[in-house]
Ligand binder design. Structure first.
Ligand SMILES: Cc1cc2nc3c(=O)[nH]c(=O)nc-3n(C[C@H](O)[C@H](O)[C@H](O)COP(=O)(O)O)c2cc1C
Length: 173
């Protein structure tokens, strides 16, 4: 017999999604000279024609505040050789440190920071925002530049389970 989801019991949901174990990307953006970026596990292609990509940003993150006003975004796939970058972008906050002083980057379209070490990436323009009242909000992106072809040796969310995020999604905003 299948488990019936008990109202208000997130445990069944958590057990459902845990094995899906998404690959991690680093999303960067810029607005008015302020750069920001964080690790994102909530992301996916969300349209075939036209091609669209969706990312979900935590409302507590520094990146969210910059993204609210930003037009351009870069989505970088993280491979196993660059776990340190994943730890920088997922374990520290732009509210406290300048992540871009600690890694090599080059400005791309609209000044969006492109991480020199992560060359499998897409650069995109924001199409829409969707806030359904959860602790993350969704942005849909139109790809402008696509570079590289990600290998299968990506870093997955379970591999950073030890990391304390720079911001917890459930902290007060
Ligand atoms: C495995 C993992 C997955 C994460 N997924 C997301 C995500 O999908 N969206 C998001 O906004 N933050 C996500 N985070 C949290 C941010 O990357 C983290 O809080 C980061 O330090 C925020 O940096 P910022 O304050 O400079 O934006 C994730 C963190 C980890 C460790």
């Amino acid at each position: 017999m299948r488990d019936e989801p008990a109202p208000g019991d997130p445990g069944l949901f958590d057990r459902f999604v845990a094995p899906l174990d998404p690959p991690l990307v680093i999303v960067t953006t810029v607005h008015d000279g302020e750069r920001s970026g964080c690790i994102v596990g909530f992301h996916a292609q969300c349209s075939i024609e036209p091609r669209r990509y969706a990312i979900w940003l935590s409302k507590t993150n520094h990146t969210f505040g910059v993204a609210l006003h930003a037009e351009h975004f870069a989505v970088h796939v993280v491979d196993q050789d660059h776990r340190a970058l994943a730890e920088l972008f997922g374990g520290t906050s732009g509210d406290r440190i300048d992540k871009f002083a600690r890694c090599a980057w080059t400005p791309g379209v609209g000044g969006v920071p492109l991480l020199d070490d992560l060359t499998d990436r897409l650069v995109a323009r924001r199409i829409s925002w969707m806030d359904d009242g959860g602790d993350h909000a969704c942005l849909t992106l139109e790809p402008l530049v696509v570079e590289g072809s990600p290998s299968t040796v990506v870093v997955r969310a379970s591999e950073l389970a030890h990391l304390t995020p720079g911001h917890a999604a459930d902290e007060p905003t």
